[in-house]
Design a protein around this ligand. Structure first.
Ligand SMILES: [Zn+2]
Length: 382
């Protein structure tokens, strides 16, 4: 018989919720937020929508258990990346124990499991030692404005579980990032007299050499036991207008991944200082603009949330070790902005997220639902 969480997941997959950032045909989260709202309203639960942008609402459900001093948050995003070249992105097909569909893995599998676990807690609240809140958020795949808006409510959340594909591993830390653009300036001239100009692309070539050959190797020393080393990667380059003009501008975008213990603002300001000094010595006209700063996640391993999660996993025969990831999630915002101890946990693998044939293991979704419910029933802020 099909587990109810898998039935919910099928419904979620049928509803297109591509993040509008992904362009034409993207419908956003509106229809899905209506579905989630109706699902909980039907159960008679306190559910509300929180507008984040025109036609884009978080859905927030609360369960009061008489323990307002301890509040456990379940959070999962509703948006997905573009439908891409998936064959039937909106038709949930179960084959060989896998459920296929856009968002099945990232992160509707987690959302469905959380919804089912929340429902079970609402139906049988006896013994719960914490109030519960579930936030189905918008816009994680672009600028995480949904989560930021949710934080404005300042609910007294004492711990959080963020649903993302972790292969049912308890993730207590992950990397953050300091992304920035570097621009080199030059002076335009006709390419027949290049000595009359200053070539911004040639300047940038030196900057790239510096980032790659001098900065990058020093980062291997910054090693987190769970997340691995800090890294730096140059992702884009644009420069020059046409072949017969010496280019006056060149821009690269750089993604420096930070590890727990590093602060994104500080990392960026150190890179800026170092790079600008070096460019000045080399006579390169250079400016640096911040693009995106995101915290690393670093939840203390002795926190009641982590201990409850390990206990819940062990009681279900699931992996109870602690893990780190290289990618980011909403969890680091919860911890970075409000100091909320957070873990990431969910069915499916990040390897299948955003992929051409996205799928999640049906059994994993069931296990995640059990884990979330067990955790909700056992968590108590110390
Ligand atoms: Zn995700």
């Amino acid at each position: 018989m099909k587990h109810p969480a898998v039935g919910i997941l099928e419904e979620l997959v049928r509803i297109q919720s591509v993040n509008p950032h992904y362009g034409e045909g993207a419908r956003g989260e509106q229809e899905l937020s209506r579905y989630v709202e109706a699902y909980f309203a039907r159960l008679g639960l306190s559910v509300r929508r929180q507008q984040v942008a025109e036609g884009r609402d978080n859905v927030i459900v609360e369960l009061k258990t008489g323990h307002p001093d301890s509040l456990l948050l379940f959070e999962a995003h509703m948006d997905t990346v573009s439908l891409g070249s998936m064959e039937q992105p909106l038709v949930p097909v179960i084959r060989d124990g896998r459920l296929y569909g856009r968002g099945a893995c990232d992160t509707k599998g987690s959302l469905a499991a959380m919804m089912y676990a929340f429902e079970q807690c609402a139906r049988r609240p006896e013994g719960l030692q914490s109030d519960l809140v579930l936030c189905a958020s918008v816009d994680e795949e672009h600028a995480f404005t949904g989560l930021l808006k949710f934080l404005e409510l300042e609910l007294p959340v004492t711990a959080a579980v963020v649903g993302e594909p972790t292969e049912l591993k308890i993730v207590v830390s992950h990397k953050g990032c300091a992304r920035f653009a570097v621009r080199t300036g030059g002076r335009a001239a006709h390419s027949s007299v290049p000595h009359e100009g200053v070539n911004a692309i040639v300047g940038m070539a030196k900057v790239i050499g510096y980032v790659n050959d001098r900065l990058a190797p020093t980062l291997t020393r910054l090693l987190d036991p769970l997340c691995g080393p800090a890294t730096i990667s140059i992702g884009t380059i644009r420069g020059g207008k046409q072949i017969n003009i010496v280019p006056e501008s060149c821009v690269i975008e750089v993604d420096r991944r930070i590890i727990p213990g590093e602060q994104p603002e500080q990392v960026l300001s150190e890179i800026r200082e170092e790079l600008l000094r070096w460019c000045a010595e080399e006579g390169i006209d250079c400016t640096i603009e911040p693009l995106l700063l995101d915290w690393a996640l670093n939840t203390p391993q002795g926190d009641p949330l982590v201990l409850s999660a390990q206990k819940a996993a062990a009681s279900l025969g699931l992996a109870d070790g602690l893990y780190g990831e290289t990618y980011g999630s909403n969890a680091s915002k919860l911890q970075g902005i409000r100091g909320i101890p957070s873990i990431v946990y969910g069915p499916g693998s990040i390897a299948q997220a955003h992929s051409r044939e996205e799928w999640v293991g049906v059994r994993d979704v069931e296990q995640a639902a059990r884990f979330y419910e067990q955790l909700a029933r056992s968590y108590r802020r110390s």
